[in-house]
Design a protein. Structure first.
Length: 305
């Protein structure tokens, strides 16, 4: 490998993430020349509608993937939680990198935890999963969609009179905004999105040399964790627009995966947990999804006939 061009969204967080992957690649191969190309996507331009109304999480990727397919960039860096299971023909995920704290967190100017929020309190989140888990815990709260980059959402806390926001702690940490976090929401309480906190490197499937290089850079344990979570999503039916959460960790040398599916308003909630060896990561994901389906998750996923 000699020269690479990374494509990324224009937000401060996306640029940071691309810079972080650049840093990791150069740490592995000091002779590598890496350039970053910033690309503004539809998801960055349309901020007044929920993601589910403008094409889901994949709306952040489509323009960048076009550059990748056409050869204007060599790889794209995304937040893994935003990457659909089904990728365009000719593209694949080449590596999972730079795992940051996967937890959600509460951001508030006045309140230290969810229990402290007033009845009818206004909480902002753009995630159905977060809405489901929040209302399951506090059905008296008012959950309001909020979009925009991390800085924009944090500013809305004051300008739009939110009592609190729920955000991914990884984004705040990467931007040096950790001091905005009132409290972290433990996965025992709030399961994060599958892949939350992890960066995905997307490449063309014909670039075998780049694939081999990325596999040398990638951490095997992180790869196993993400393969389990992605296979769980795939087995559930792919890119379902319903509340789905997952958290994988190593416990005594084994992978332990906990996952949930619920109704958007939080009235119904199914959670299962299992573990396996690292070598059986994808099988673990399949088993977890099957357990969710056996427990009745089809009604949330729109899979009932």
């Amino acid at each position: 490998m000699e020269n690479l061009t990374i494509g990324a969204r224009t937000s401060d967080l996306a640029v940071y993430q691309a810079e972080r992957v650049k840093e990791l690649l150069i740490e592995f191969d000091s002779g590598l020349e890496v350039e970053i190309k910033k690309i503004k996507t539809k998801g960055d331009k349309i901020l007044d509608k929920p993601l589910s109304e403008i094409g889901g999480k994949g709306v952040f990727l489509k323009e960048i993937e076009k550059y990748l397919i056409e050869g204007e960039i060599d790889l794209a860096v995304h937040s893994l939680k935003d990457v659909p299971i089904s990728l365009p023909e000719g593209l694949e995920l080449g590596a999972f990198m730079d795992e940051e704290d996967p937890r959600d967190c509460l951001v508030s100017l006045e309140y230290e935890d969810i229990e402290d929020l007033p009845s009818g309190g206004k909480v902002g989140t753009g995630s159905l999963r977060r809405k489901c888990q929040l209302l399951r815990e506090r059905s008296d709260l008012k959950v309001v969609p909020v979009r925009g980059n991390v800085d924009t959402r944090v500013k809305k806390l004051r300008t739009e009179d939110f009592d609190a926001l729920i955000l991914a702690s990884s984004g705040l940490k990467r931007l040096g905004l950790e001091d905005k976090i009132a409290t972290y929401l433990s996965p025992d309480r709030f399961l994060p999105a599958p892949g939350q906190g992890v960066l995905a490197v997307e490449i063309r499937d014909r670039d075998s040399q780049l694939r081999s290089f990325l596999k040398e850079v990638e951490d095997e344990r992180l790869s196993g964790k993400m393969l389990a979570e992605r296979m769980m999503l795939k087995t559930l039916g792919g890119d379902c627009h319903v509340p789905v959460g997952a958290h994988t960790e190593f416990v005594q040398g084994e992978l332990s995966l906990t996952a949930m599916v619920g109704s958007p308003e939080g009235q119904e909630y199914i959670e299962v947990k299992s573990k396996s060896s690292l070598d059986d990561a994808e099988q673990l994901g399949e088993e977890i999804a099957s357990s969710l389906l056996d427990a009745g998750a089809e009604k949330f996923l729109g899979m009932e006939e």
